[in-house]
Design a protein around this ligand. Structure first.
Ligand code: PRP
Ligand code: URA
Length: 209
């Protein structure tokens, strides 16, 4: 069974509360999502591999550690997952970025695939799938499945807000994928929206409603 990491750092919780407020506009929403992604990225990359390199300080030669950053790929689920990419890239600028396009059918709430473009060597990388909302879990499960079909075996899921239903689905279908979230909310409403949630993340990021 995978682990659910709830990033309950006070700064993450404070910023998330501002994002939840309905009066928060797209500009602030986007900036806060970027800031939270950076803070969450700090936790999600905690066990990332380091390697030794020889360097020379002004005093002497020495061996020091660097992150094997070229081994990381960030894969946002379009559209809303894009809002979490820049925060992670500020942490690991050399990471590659792939994209998986999925939208939820309004009636069935089932995900529909419309795009997939991934780094060629994706199977050799640790992959962080980003999507602010883990609702029914259908989109995240399908995205992870697509990555596994392409040979990926080291996948983590980074969301902002989840509900127990979505977490349970990901854990049942992908028990090897750890989940990182800032909050676990109460339940889904009749339209499969997270309650209390923050509304439609894609629309709030891009100002489409
Ligand atoms: C939202 C969200 C997730 C999905 C979550 O995307 O960004 O991808 O719904 O729901 P699920 O867990 O029930 O699958 P949406 O389909 O609204 O597309 P968008 O990001 O383009 O707005
Ligand atoms: N997608 C969203 O953007 N918000 C929700 O609450 C659920 C799915």
């Amino acid at each position: 069974m995978s682990t659910v990491h709830v990033i309950d750092h006070p700064m993450v919780q404070h910023k998330l509360t501002i994002m939840r407020r309905k009066e928060t506009g797209s500009k602030d929403f986007r900036e806060l999502l970027k800031e939270i992604s950076l803070l969450m990225g700090y936790e999600i990359t905690r066990d990332i591999a380091l390697e030794d390199i020889e360097i020379e300080t002004p005093i002497c030669k020495t061996v020091a550690k660097i992150v094997s950053g070229r081994k990381l790929a960030i894969v946002p689920i379009l559209r809303a997952g894009i809002g979490m990419v820049d925060g992670l890239l500020s942490l690991v600028p050399v990471a590659r970025v792939g994209h998986i396009g999925l939208y939820r059918d309004e009636k069935t709430h089932k995900p529909v695939v419309y795009f997939c473009k991934l780094p060629e060597d994706i199977q050799d990388r640790m992959v962080i799938v980003t999507d602010p909302m883990l609702a029914t879990g259908g989109s995240a499960c399908d995205a992870v499945k697509m990555l596994k079909e392409r040979g990926c075996h080291n996948i983590r899921l980074m969301c902002l807000v989840a509900v127990p239903e979505g977490i349970a689905k990901v854990q049942a279908e992908h028990p090897d994928v750890d989940i990182y979230v800032a909050a676990v909310d109460d339940h889904l409403n009749e339209n499969a929206y997270i309650v209390p949630g923050l509304g439609d993340a894609g629309d709030r990021i891009f100002g489409t409603k």
